[in-house]
Ligand binder design. Structure first.
Ligand SMILES: [Zn+2]
Length: 286
């Protein structure tokens, strides 16, 4: 069985209809895959041509118990004073996407229009634009998210004898760490060990942000950032690019007497810290 991530890119819809109040609708979409469901933002007052531009991630196990995996999009109209109304639905069949993803490492249903069907009146009600990608997760030999750490193994393959020893483990760790330019920071005696561990896990994308939790199948009500509620909560977003984090960074720079720098991900931040590592040390520990 392959475990992977499906990302659904919900873009917009055109020509949505509602029998009574044409154009006076606030559409949103319930995106469902098996027992997992995400709800889009409500496109307030956008009428029959709403735009969402949102991405949702789902955890996929393929082949699972379901022979005909499908993504179900249910388009609803948000009503403030009464229950929400159903506008229509679309089903996207995923079997071929999953099959070719397992075969070639990644696969995509390009952004395209799907007809929205009103199943109560069996009529078409506009179309919706959606793109879907599927990426099977690459399990490295030693690291496994399921176990939250080192995989238990009978043999330690780095050593010809098959026995675990600290030296070969250290070599493995360093070979992995040296893929980061900021590897020197990892050896810093000034930064507390738990902080260094956290940095390392962040760079690897292993901190429990909403996106990672969703991939692990933990039910989160939304994968949107819990601070700004507009973008997917990835490690890079939460720690670096989120507007709230930028404010924190601004004050830290100010405190260190440095000009503001805009980083686009954690790796860039760590590269910077590794290059300028002596600055805060002399500044904070004169
Ligand atoms: Zn944010």
């Amino acid at each position: 069985m392959t475990i992977g991530v499906m990302e659904v890119n919900l873009v917009d819809a055109h020509g949505l209809k509602k029998s009574d109040f044409l154009n006076n609708i606030d559409p949103y979409v319930l995106v469902q895959y098996r027992s997992q469901e995400h709800k889009s933002l409500i496109a307030k007052g956008s009428g029959s041509n709403p735009k969402w531009n949102q991405k949702f991630t789902f955890r996929v196990e393929y082949p699972g118990t379901d022979d005909h995996p499908k993504l179900f999009l249910k388009i609803m109209d948000h009503d403030t004073f009464s229950s929400d109304d159903y506008l229509g639905q679309t089903t996207i069949y995923l079997k071929e996407l999953f099959e070719s993803g397992v075969e070639s490492g990644t696969s995509e249903l390009r952004l395209q229009k799907y007809r929205v069907v009103d199943s109560s009146s069996h009529s078409f009600s506009g179309d919706i634009r959606v793109g879907v990608t599927f990426t099977p997760r690459v399990e490295t030999e030693f690291y496994s998210q399921e176990f939250g750490g080192w995989k238990e193994s009978q043999r330690f393959p780095l050593n010809p004898s098959g026995e675990y020893n600290v030296n070969s483990m250290r070599k493995l760790l360093e070979s992995k760490l040296n893929t980061f330019k900021g590897a020197t920071i990892w050896r810093s005696k000034i930064i507390p060990l738990n902080v260094r561990c956290f940095m390392w896990r962040s760079v690897l994308g292993r901190i429990p942000v909403a996106e990672t939790l969703a991939v692990r199948g933990i039910n989160t009500s939304s994968t949107l950032c819990s601070l700004c509620n507009t973008e997917t909560e990835t490690a890079d977003h939460l720690l670096i690019t989120c507007g709230y984090s930028r404010v924190v960074q601004h004050w830290i720079f100010k405190w260190c007497g440095l000009e503001d720098i805009m980083f686009s991900n954690i790796q860039e931040f760590i590269d910077f810290a590794a290059t300028w590592g002596n600055y805060p040390r002399t500044f904070c520990y004169p």
